[in-house]
Design a binder for this molecule. Structure first.
Ligand code: PEP
Ligand code: MG
Length: 539
């Protein structure tokens, strides 16, 4: 038995078989062979890539099949092949030649100014990335699991989580990542135990298929556990299950304050499946749907696919209030083809609503889909992420009003069923929240980013955790300002950062006047239990 200790990133316990997925081979060095050999390797890699894609097509839905079909066509593209062969003939080696040609080809498509072609570059990068991975002998495994497994990986991307089959993902163990990284936030909303920050030796391929016990509460991991450890984990898992069952009665309980006010517990979700779980677990509303997850599911969501997704989300909320966030792309949620220039500090760069000017069509398409879904299924709250100026909001809402008029005139929608709000997740937004309140109907405080930006502590970093404190007086002061300004303006204010699920933070926020706490759905019942102890008044 080998014991490792990492950072606990998503609560829960699991025992299962390891599946190692290492897409970043450290210290990997390419060797360039004779030109004719590199050419032969390249041709063999193309054949293998096609086989893999055909295999994937068998288990894919329609939308994904179209993308895979396009990728097959690209592997036969004459122009692209000639470019690659040309670089191989110059002695650059097959893998490097594919990479160079990929850049040239994608830049050429982008320079045509044709949006459709530019949008396809991420599919081209994906398929050529597969060819490069084959040539480098690197794992091409995406996270398509076929049996229950505990994934050990260099890192997990939000896109991996969007594509996995939840029935088979029992736990995550990673070298990279932090508690606040989006993949771990998503793991928590899915209720999958996760431990991050482990030594890279955990990626040893010999670990494949080995049994492992994962403790997502303490960060402990036991590979090839001894009998005693397995018995202990089995016992704890059963106990955890029994406890969850006994907590179910808390689903409908409310937290009541001495002054007669109530605190509502809402849920943060990624898709209709999460929303259904949350509503079944007693969520009084959905405080955040991270819509950018749509990009992780397929390359570029269409108007139709978004409309369908938002309709399903609203339906799953069963008449409870639901808040969908406009795409928050950027920082650690990069999307191929958007923000192509590498930024030195992506968290401080082009993220969220700041992209409205460069990608107006993309945002207006999403907004149209939201208007249409709200028209069909019922009212929806929509909020803007990463606001830092009044202009961010005014400019976006101006575009929204123009679009709405058009949709009403063209009878695409019959009524306006959308309420607009913003996220308060930068210190600037909190400080000018009195001004911002004039333009919107609600605020949602995102303490994940508000803490990061206030404390100048990267939410992804394990080194700055001592500064990353959502209870720091500076963060609390900003929340206080925001809540007071929201109340003065008569608009609703909630907290949807991860800290809402921490009892100490939740109490501090309640003291500051927050009455809506939104969190990962599996955190709702445990936090209710804690808060009911501290607020014993019943109503
Ligand atoms: C936040 O910043 O608190 C938030 C909820 O948004 P995200 O974690 O998606 O950045
Ligand atoms: Mg945020």
């Amino acid at each position: 038995m080998i014991k490792y200790i990492g950072n606990a990133a998503s609560g829960g316990l699991a025992i299962g078989k390891i599946k190692v997925i290492n897409r970043r081979i450290i210290g990997f060095k390419r060797v360039v062979l004779a030109t004719h050999r590199e050419k032969a390797l390249y041709e063999a890699a193309i054949i293998l890539a096609k086989d893999e894609i055909r295999q994937l097509m068998r288990t894919s839905d329609n939308e994904h099949q179209n993308i895979l079909n396009f990728q097959l066509v690209m592997l036969d593209d004459n122009g692209l092949n000639q470019m690659i062969q040309h670089h191989i003939a110059e002695g650059k080696g097959s893998a490097r030649s594919v990479e160079i040609a990929m850049e040239e080809y994608c830049n050429r498509l982008k320079s045509t100014g044709d949006h459709y072609l530019a949008d396809r570059t991420c599919d081209i990068r994906d398929v050529l990335g597969r060819v490069v991975d084959i040539l480098d002998g690197r794992s091409r495994e995406r996270f398509n699991l076929t049996e229950p497994s505990i994934i050990v990986a260099d890192e997990i991307l939000p896109s991996d989580l969007a594509s996995i089959d939840r029935r088979f993902a029992m736990g995550f163990i990673t070298v990279g990542g932090s508690y606040q990284s989006h993949a771990n936030i998503i793991a928590r909303t899915m209720g999958i135990p996760s431990v991050c920050g482990l030594d890279s030796e955990i990626l040893n391929p010999l670990n494949n298929g080995r049994e492992v016990c994962v403790d997502g509460y303490s960060g402990e991991i036991y590979i090839t556990p001894n009998e005693g450890t397995v018995t202990l984990f089995t016992h704890r898992i059963k106990q955890e299950h029994r406890e969850k069952q006994s907590l179910i009665e808390l689903r409908e309980k409310n937290i009541c304050l001495d002054n007669g006010e109530q605190v509502e517990v809402w849920a943060n979700c990624n898709d209709p499946e999460d929303i259904t779980l949350a509503i079944n677990n007693g969520a009084k509303g959905i405080g955040l749907v991270r819509s950018e997850i749509l990009f992780m599911k397929s390359s570029l969501p269409t108007l139709e696919s978004q409309y369908k997704f938002y309709c399903e989300c609203i339906k799953a909320a069963k008449g409870k209030p639901i808040t969908i966030r406009i795409f928050d792309i950027g920082a650690d949620k990069q999307v191929d083809g958007i923000i192509s220039e590498k930024e030195a500090n992506p968290a401080l760069g082009m993220r969220g609503i700041r992209l409205q000017y460069k990608y107006k069509e993309l945002f207006m398409q999403q907004t149209q889909a939201l208007f249409m879904a709200a028209d069909k299924q019922g009212t929806v709250n929509v909020m803007l992420p990463m606001v830092s100026t009044v202009k961010d909001v005014v400019d976006y809402l101006e575009m929204v009003n123009e679009l709405k008029k058009q949709l009403l005139d063209d009878k695409i929608i019959q009524k306006d069923n959308v309420k607009w709000g913003i996220m308060i997740e930068t210190p600037a937004a909190a400080i000018i929240s009195d001004e911002l309140a004039k333009y919107v109907e609600f605020f949602s405080i995102g303490t994940n980013d508000l803490t990061q930006y206030t404390m100048a502590a990267d939410r992804m970093s394990t080194d700055t955790v001592m500064y990353y404190d959502p209870l720091h007086p500076a963060v609390l002061k900003l929340i206080d300002i925001t809540v007071k300004n929201a109340k003065k303006a008569g608009i609703k204010v909630s907290i949807c950062g991860e800290s809402a699920a921490d009892a100490e933070c939740a109490k501090a926020y309640i003291d500051l006047g927050v009455r809506y706490l939104s969190m990962a759905q599996n955190a709702m019942i445990p936090i209710k239990r804690r808060l009911l102890e501290d607020y014993p008044t019943r109503c």
